[in-house]
Structure formats: C-alpha cells, structure tokens
Ligand binder design. Structure first.
Ligand code: PMP
Length: 427
C-alpha cells in the first residue's frame, strides 16, 4: 500500500476470518460423543455435582455413594484440623492476597509452606504457584529455550507438554517407562542441544505405575541432563513417610534437580510447587511468568496445605492404611479377572475397558448402583485404551472396596451383553 493513501475499506469483504467455534479442532469429536450419548440415553459422566464434602463417600443427586473419583488420598479434605486451619487463616488474612507476591507482598504462611515442602523433598527451597498445572507450564517454559530439548514419558501430564511447547525447545517423547529408548534419544540428541530436561512422574496418574528412578538418576548424571519428577500423585502415597518416589526407591532426593508437586491431592488444598536448589528457586521467583505475573496463593489454600502436611507427618498410619487399601483393591480386582494394566497397587488402579462408550456406560450404571468412578477416554488416553480409574483413599472401608469390585464385575458382564446386543462392541 502506498504511503499517505488510506485503504478503501468500504468495498472490502466483511468476513476474512472464521468466527465459528464449531470449526475448532476437537469440536466435531465432542459433538459425536454427545450425540452417541443422547441416542443411547447415557448421561454425560463428567461434571457430576457433589452436594457435600467428597471423600471415601460423597453425595450425588441426593444419594450417598461410595466415591473413587477424588484425589483425597489421605482422607484429609474433611479433617477438622485442616478445615480449622483454613478458617483461621481466612479470619486473619482475608480470602485473597490480591496480586503477585512481588507487588502485593507475602504472608507468613507462604514461606512456612515453602520451607515445609522443601523439607519433604530434602531440597534447599521451594516456590508455590496457584496450581500444579501453572507450576509445570511456567517452570518448563522459563528453564528451556529453542536451543534445548525436553525428553518426556509418553504418558506425561498435559501441563508438561504445554510447558515444553511454550519453551520452544525440541520435544522428544519416549514410550511409557522405556528407559532404553530414552537412553538412545539422549545419545542421538547430544550434539544438537545445549540443555536437556528429562521429565517423568513419580506415580503415573492414568496407569498407577512408576518409573525406575535409580536408573533415571544414573542416566541424567551420565549425560548431564536435568531430571524433573512430577510428584502430583506420589506425595503422601509413596514411601512410609509419604515423601514420594525417592523415599520409596531409596534414592537420595538431592540427586533429582527439579521436584514438582501439587497441593490439590494428598494435601487437600489447591496450588502447585517446585522444589530444588536455591539457585533454581531464586531464578523461578524472578522469571517464571505463572509466578511473577499471577496472584499469590490465598490464605485458605496455604494454611490447609500446611495443616495437611503436618497431619501427614503426625499420622503416618494414614499412609499405611492407603497402601493396604490400594493393595487390597488391586488384588481383589485381579482375582476377579479384571484387567488392571500395569498398576502396582499405589492409590491409582485403572480397570481397562478398551471402548470409550463402554467405559461411559459402565460409569453411569455403577453410579446407579452406588459407586462413583469416572471413565477416562480419548484424548486423555490413547484410542481404544479407555478405562475406569479408581482412586483409593486411606478412609475407604473394606466393605467399600469389596462392594466396588463385586458390582464392577457384574456391570462389566452386563455392559458386554448390552453392547453386543446393540451391535456396538468394537473390541
Ligand atoms: N501433574 C500431574 C501428574 C497431574 O495429575 C496434575 C493434575 N491432575 C497436575 C500436574 C496439575 O495439578 P493441579 O490440578 O494442581 O493443577
């Protein structure tokens, strides 16, 4: 366009761009799922409303049901001491800290919680974010750049992938728990990248299995990579004291560069954190966008997490009870002929179903019989590996586990029959 001659916009088409939300990738799949559900009369299993405090049991549609869909591993969400701490903190500090800690300042519970979390991982320091997702995105996004590479397990949580994409680093997935392939990738990429980050989970949230931490530490030391372990599902679950996979595997926690965890599961709150060396934490507090440009953790969340961490330390029998319940669920499910995949009996036990429709139908029928368990379907897991995922809690009773396995076996048989009758069984 010539300088000084404004464009004539009067004759220009009005629609240069696609304004429809329906053409967005993924919308078609959503529509198909909804139509299939409507045709078959199956309600959406997601977004069920809980009418009270969700723990080992919960209230849905006015009925008390046994609950396997909350991450309340240690049963602390309903604990009077945890609730009281949150209430006291609100009374003292109010409900919000209003802005980023850089500008709106800190409250004593911020540093108290960060010191306690660092201690959990034998780290020099830690920093808390308003969610676990934000912690992963902001940390990976700030630590790596275009000259770097991220190696991650194929089943790693979405927040790690989003952080890696944000960073602009090359991203190399390796098959689930396949450290031979990781080793080959580390070798193949070594000349092309300045920094390398290996990311794994302490306990995998979809399958309930673990990586070989000792070998990962040896690999990262041999190649000079950073190792990051997401302990969202392993704090309060693995190790007799609940310190996570390092305690469970007998590996010195200081050999892992970056520990990540959430406050939303065993710690009965909301938020996420990174623990590691002082240099790492100082760097993140100065640069990680999800920390620098986002509000500080509110008082209720900070105080609840700190109280839950204290309860976990004071009552390690909760961790032992969770372990016993998890083993019991796994053994009973396997004895009943259910496919629990690679689950090792630590808090998360998937029951493999294969077909997404069958998983959704099973979830609905189990709810009708008093069991709340959610289906996990594509895209959260690969095609044809839909499952029902059971989260076990320290507060589940033996009868809860027995009833769940018995009803599940009955309903699997019933759904197979039903779907075969409709000609809908796909595998
Ligand atoms: N990492 C893993 C492995 C998770 O499972 C989750 C959440 N389920 C997160 C990170 C994100 O944590 P938050 O829910 O606290 O944002």
């Amino acid at each position: 366009r010539m300088r000084g001659r404004p464009a004539d916009t009067s004759a220009a088409p009005t629609q240069y761009y696609d304004t429809s939300f329906e053409t967005l990738p993924g919308f078609e799949e959503l529509k198909i799922m909804r139509t299939a559900g409507d045709v078959l009369g199956i309600a959406n299993p997601f977004y069920r409303a809980h009418e009270g405090c969700a723990g080992a049991t919960t209230r849905i549609d006015g009925r008390e049901v046994i609950n396997f869909a909350s991450y309340d591993y240690l049963g602390l969400n309903a604990h009077p001491a945890v609730r009281h701490a949150a209430q006291e903190a609100i009374a003292h500090y109010g409900t919000s800290v209003s802005a980023s800690r850089l500008v709106a300042g800190e409250r004593p519970f911020h540093r108290a919680l960060e010191t306690a979390l660092a201690g959990l991982h034998r780290a020099e320091d830690s920093v808390v974010f308003v969610s676990g997702h934000a912690a992963n995105v902001a940390t990976i996004g700030s630590l790596l750049g275009a000259d770097d590479v991220v190696f991650h397990d194929a089943l790693i949580h979405n927040s790690i992938i989003v952080g890696a994409e944000l960073s602009g680093a090359r991203r190399r997935g390796f098959p689930h728990n396949d450290l031979d392939t990781l080793e080959a990738l580390l070798l193949a990429e070594r000349a092309q990248s300045r920094r390398a980050l290996i990311v794994v989970e302490g306990l995998y949230s979809m399958d309930g299995d673990m990586p070989d931490l000792a070998r990962l530490v040896a690999l990262k030391e041999r190649f000079g990579a950073w190792l990051m372990v997401d302990e969202a599902h392993s704090v309060g679950v693995l190790g007799a004291a609940g310190h996570g996979i390092a305690e469970h595997a007998g590996v010195d926690a200081s050999r892992v560069d970056i520990w990540m965890g959430t406050l939303s599961k065993s710690l009965a709150s909301c938020g996420g954190y990174i623990a590691g060396s002082q240099t790492l934490i100082d760097f993140l507090k100065a640069t990680a966008p999800g920390f620098v440009y986002s509000v500080g953790l509110p008082a209720a969340a900070g105080a609840a997490a700190l109280a839950a961490l204290t309860m976990m330390q004071q009552e390690p029998e909760r961790i032992a009870r969770l372990a016993a319940n998890s083993r019991s669920f796994l053994e009973q499910a396997q004895a009943a002929g259910l496919d629990t995949g690679t689950a090792e009996g630590h808090a998360i036990v998937p029951v493999m179903v294969g077909d997404s429709l069958k998983a959704v139908l099973l979830s609905e029928r189990l709810l009708a019989r008093g069991i709340n368990v959610l289906p996990i379907i594509h895209p959260a897991v690969p095609h044809r590996s839909a499952r029902l995922r059971f989260f076990i809690s320290a507060t589940h009773e033996d009868s809860h586990i027995r009833d769940a396995v018995r009803l599940l076996v009955e309903e699997v048989a019933h759904c197979d029959h039903l779907l075969a009758g409709l000609g809908l069984t796909m595998a």
